[in-house]
Write a protein that binds this ligand. Sequence first.
Ligand code: OMP
Length: 229
Amino acid sequence: AQQPLPSHKAALLATAIDNNVLTFGTFTLKSGRTSPYFFNAGLFNTAKTIRALATAYAHTLLDHANTNPGWEFDVLFGPAYKGIPLAVATAGQLGEVDEERWGDVGYAFNRKEAKDHGEGGTIVGAALSGKKVVIIDDVMTAGTAMTEAVDTVKAQGGQLVGIIVALDRQETMKEGSKMSSLGMMREKTGVPVLSVLNLADMIVGLKGRGTESDVKRLEQYRAQYGASN
Ligand code: OMP
């Protein structure tokens, strides 16, 4: 029998469904691919739901830190615009989850346009220079947005130590390759790329929720586009 989802995954999946973050139908992705589901993290936009999301990110970071002794970070970087509330809210939850360990973790984000007056610069929040940085974002599909964020961290003199997203769609991106965009990003950056949920989790978590035909369509989609890692 399949293992049930760990509680923070199950909780986030339930919140995502209840708030239409996760919806089923026919969607065209940024990549042009047609998908039977879409995950709109922008709908985690209330006190309750943003806290649920931030808690899930914080627990995923905690699990990774606990299973990888020595792995640590100083700053959460959320690329503009959608990464900004994620970095801020998750920093708050890190303090909640383990203040002694993470009470001093900073958050930062970039401006889309450099400011040439006042304090100037392109980064708002904690400085990245010489710091161990984790990038936080919502969904990675082809990884275009993430690649830009990685470049920004490097340009600021930050040391990238990890990447975390809410959803890993576990899809192949390139013709002839079974590797997912997360797998490619791991290879490219050499750092752990974490996700709270992935497609496999959603398929497990949706079973028994009375959405059999949706689960079937997800399974078919996985059979067609699923990545091997
Ligand atoms: P890449 O920059 O190609 O990795 O695409 C990431 C973006 O895809 C996200 O920031 C969203 O705008 C969008 N997206 C979702 O938000 N949820 C999905 O389930 C699928 C996509 C998508 O278009 O692939």
